[in-house]
Design a protein around this ligand. Structure first.
Ligand code: PMT
Length: 423
């Protein structure tokens, strides 16, 4: 059952004109902000631009002013009528979106610094903050940046992207800002699901920041191992990385996470309750015990579809006379289907790893399992790797998530789940 404060949040969602502050910081991707503001305005979002001094070296305030029809805020010493631009501007906004967000600006936000108008606006805000990071791949991978991002996420900031690809510096990797079209859809989806700041008390506003605070999430991860005899078994190459990343992303959003994990060599996500299992039957039991008391179930595990009918307790000896050994396999229970068919099922999310016809097989699997959301990936690319491509299938169709590391994808997946549950 959602708590009273969760219910109040749901009731308070309503349709009104949306206003954002679009903050530009000093990176080459600032040019994409021009198209972004145009796309947002086309969708009836009012855009107030605020730029750091560095951003003005990449795109001029005059361009942004001409596109949005509003004077651009740059200097904190250009007093607004009552001299409180840093307070007034964020009070009137439903969200602040920083695009591009440089590594330097992200570091500033993570530490609560406020030494220019834009950072002051962010610190004084009473509305959600969304960031679209844009930087060189090594700056993105740097431990300091990752620490700062993790801090901001745990503070409730929404991080959109980055994507992987060719960078302005000529290098290739993670750190490109999402394209204007992708950002515009993320932002409008967010605005249409987020409570409006004008109607929020500070307490409710904080609730928005850790969107899974009230919720129990049960996740399966890793492979299963089906014994043939005392020393041999049937398993697969799932490393558990994707499922553990989903657990980590859910923890960042404040969820109460139970991770039912097949055999992996990964560190446990700190804060999650981890239930270690070996076989599909054990995984089924662990899920069965918890499924009725969970809000969201996410089946990321690569569960063996079959197990050996009669595993031998002793090591099977090689027979000199027999030229073949036949194993009889029987089907394992379908854990996801069981949960989805409970009288009061949690919100169920499945995964599908396919080696061909990804879209066709995945869409069919979602229908067969009768689940609202399924994340599809190519087996040869997804299993064991650090990054991945995911396509999400729901009632509205498919949503392609840009190539990214598994944690970034897991965060995007959870944002999608949050949006669907709100609908
Ligand atoms: O662990 P990694 O190395 O990071 O790799 C991640 C992954 C590729 C394993 C993961 O992203 C993924 O795709 N997991 C699902 C693998 C799969 O193909 O599952 P499936 O098609 O067999 O099953 C579809 C869904 O039903 C899955 O959610 C699965 O967890 C669930 N299922 C399947 C069989 C079964 N007996 N019980 C289940 O619950």
């Amino acid at each position: 059952m959602p708590s009273l404060s969760c219910k109040m949040r749901i009731i308070m969602e309503q349709t009104q004109i949306k206003r954002i502050v679009l903050g530009l910081t000093g990176g080459i991707a600032a040019y994409k902000a021009a198209e972004l503001s145009r796309l947002l305005m086309k969708q009836d979002v009012e855009v107030q631009v605020a730029m750091t001094e560095a951003a003005c070296h990449f795109i001029t305030p005059a361009t942004m002013q001409a596109l949005t029809g509003r004077p651009v805020l740059v200097n904190q010493w250009d007093a607004a009528e009552n001299g409180m631009a840093h307070i007034d501007t964020s009070r009137a906004a439903d969200a602040i979106v920083i695009a591009p967000a440089t590594a330097d600006f992200i570091a500033k936000l993570a530490h609560g610094l406020a030494d220019d108008l834009l950072s002051t606006l962010c610190l004084a805000r009473d509305c959600p903050l969304l960031l679209a990071p844009a930087m060189n791949r090594q700056m993105w991978a740097n431990a300091a940046t990752q620490r700062n991002i993790a801090q901001l996420i745990s503070d409730g900031v929404q991080v959109l992207g980055p994507a992987s690809g060719m960078q302005a510096c000529g290098e290739e990797g993670m750190g490109r800002m999402l394209e204007a079209g992708e950002l515009a859809s993320e932002i409008t989806a967010f605005l249409n699901s987020a409570p409006l700041s004008t109607t929020l008390t500070p307490t409710l506003s904080r609730l928005r920041e850790r969107e899974l605070d009230c919720l129990k999430i049960l996740i399966t991860a890793g492979p299963t191992y089906e014994a043939i005899d005392a020393v041999r078994g049937i398993t697969n190459r799932s490393s558990g990385k994707m499922g553990y990343a989903v657990a980590q992303a859910a923890l960042e959003l404040g969820a109460d996470v139970t991770l039912v994990s097949g055999p992996t060599s990964l560190d446990r996500p700190s804060g999650a309750k981890v239930v270690d299992v070996t076989s599909a039957a054990e995984m089924f039991e662990a899920v069965k015990q918890r499924a009725e008391d969970t809000n969201i179930f996410i089946g990321v595990a690569a569960v063996a579809d079959y197990r050996v009918a009669q595993p031998s307790e002793q090591k099977i000896k090689k027979s000199e006379s027999a030229d073949k050994l036949t194993l009889e396999l029987i089907p394992n229970p379908d854990i996801l289907a069981y949960v989805a068919n409970l009288p009061k099922p949690p919100f169920c999310v499945g995964f599908a790893a396919e080696s061909e016809n990804l879209r066709g097989f995945a869409a069919a699997k979602r229908k067969a399992k009768k689940i609202p959301l399924l994340a599809a990936n190519l087996a040869q690319q997804a299993i064991g790797s650090d990054d991945n491509d995911l396509i999400l299938f729901d009632d509205a169709g498919e949503h392609v998530l840009p190539h990214a590391d598994k944690l970034t994808l897991a965060r995007a997946l959870l944002q999608h789940i949050i949006r669907l549950r709100k609908k």
